[in-house]
Write a protein that binds this ligand. Structure first.
Ligand SMILES: CCC(=O)SCCNC(=O)CCNC(=O)[C@H](O)C(C)(C)COP(=O)(O)OP(=O)(O)OC[C@H]1O[C@@H](n2cnc3c(N)ncnc32)[C@H](O)[C@@H]1OP(=O)(O)O
Length: 302
């Protein structure tokens, strides 16, 4: 049985996912797939092109690149299955602390590949693709890594949804995020609407989805979608993003991962369940190497 099998109620899915998450039995989820998933995976692989590249660095920061520049980094079918494989890889990366998600060649992602979309425009295939991407992006958001989307150029449709599957979003000063779904006769289906409401609130989410409003860095910051803006032409945006992220990833990996776990459980579980999880996670760092070192240093917080 896969981690979140199709049709299982959402709350049960969340509990299962978090139970799995905290026990860190990641290999289970990576290796076992149900037959419906296998079917959509095979179908998606009929639409090749581009790649999802992953570089895990010794610093504990990984860089994932959506790479299909000939189509403005649109997601081909094979890129959707590769994304899931990369997420699996990150789920088992126990030394990891942070993740940067970026697009190749100076632009973020123009959503799903419209050629593939046309070919699977029947409701059954559309629903399976949507389930597949929803599950993958939920797992991306639940990684025990602090993640940031580096948005250069454009993030459109599914590309805008992908940004919401990260903990933070940075934009370059000339970038733009737009949920263009309404113009395509759609609503988000990769979990982007649910996540957007949690990030910017329902009023702002309505503006972005019903108005397909373009989000520039100023408006993005104003509504809380965007955490910071990088000035174009001043240095290397990836290096700047790594520097920005390091304010949260400096220090011991178990502690950084524990922080992400308690925030995640606070966001996704009932208060009672989140408190139980928090106690459990606290127990994993109390008296641990970083804790003992800090005590020995007689740390003062001036
Ligand atoms: C989950 C739901 C979804 O994601 S629905 C998909 C939402 N996305 C879209 O509708 C994007 C449509 N594309 C555009 O609006 C423009 O191409 C954007 C991205 C603004 C870029 O414009 P511009 O800089 O003028 O370049 P261009 O149009 O010449 O594009 C370069 C080549 O890339 C291609 N491209 C772009 N986006 C996609 C896409 N989503 N799927 C497939 N191909 C895409 C263009 O067709 C163009 O290709 P070609 O050079 O004509 O062969």
């Amino acid at each position: 049985m896969a981690l979140c099998s199709v049709g299982r109620p959402l709350l049960q899915n969340t509990r299962h996912a978090l139970g799995w998450f905290f026990k860190q039995k990641q290999t289970f989820c990576c290796k076992v797939h149900d037959s419906q998933e296998e079917e959509i995976r095979k179908k998606l692989q009929l639409f090749p092109g581009g790649s999802i590249d992953l570089q895990k660095q010794e610093s504990g920061i990984a860089v994932m690149t959506v790479n299909n520049p000939a189509r403005m980094n649109a997601f081909s079918g094979s890129m959707m299955t590769e994304l899931e494989e990369r997420v699996c890889e990150l789920e088992t990366w126990t030394e990891g602390k942070g993740l940067i998600v970026q697009g190749a060649a100076g632009t973020f992602c123009s959503g799903s590949d419209l050629n593939a979309v046309r070919a699977i425009s029947n409701p059954q295939d559309g629903m399976k693709m949507c389930m597949f991407m929803q599950k993958t992006l939920t797992r991306l958001l639940r990684l025990p890594l602090i993640s940031v989307a580096l948005v250069e150029g454009k993030a459109l449709g599914g590309g805008a949804e992908l940004t919401t599957a990260c903990d933070f979003r940075l934009m370059t000063s000339d970038a733009m995020i737009q949920f263009v779904h309404k113009h395509m006769g759609l609503v988000p289906g990769w979990g982007g609407a649910a996540r957007l409401v949690r990030i910017v609130g329902s009023q702002n989410a309505l503006k972005l989805l019903a108005g397909s409003r373009k989000v520039d860095p100023d408006f993005g910051k104003q509504i809380g979608l965007v955490d910071d803006v990088l000035t174009v032409g001043e240095g290397n945006t990836l290096v700047d993003t790594e520097r920005w992220l390091s304010q949260f990833t400096k220090g011991s990996a178990p502690v950084i991962r524990a922080v992400k776990k308690v925030v995640l459980s606070g966001r996704e579980l009932s208060l009672d369940e989140a408190l139980t999880t928090e106690r459990h996670v606290f127990g994993t760092v109390w008296g641990g190497p970083a804790n003992l070192e800090a005590l020995a240093r007689k740390t003062k917080h001036k």
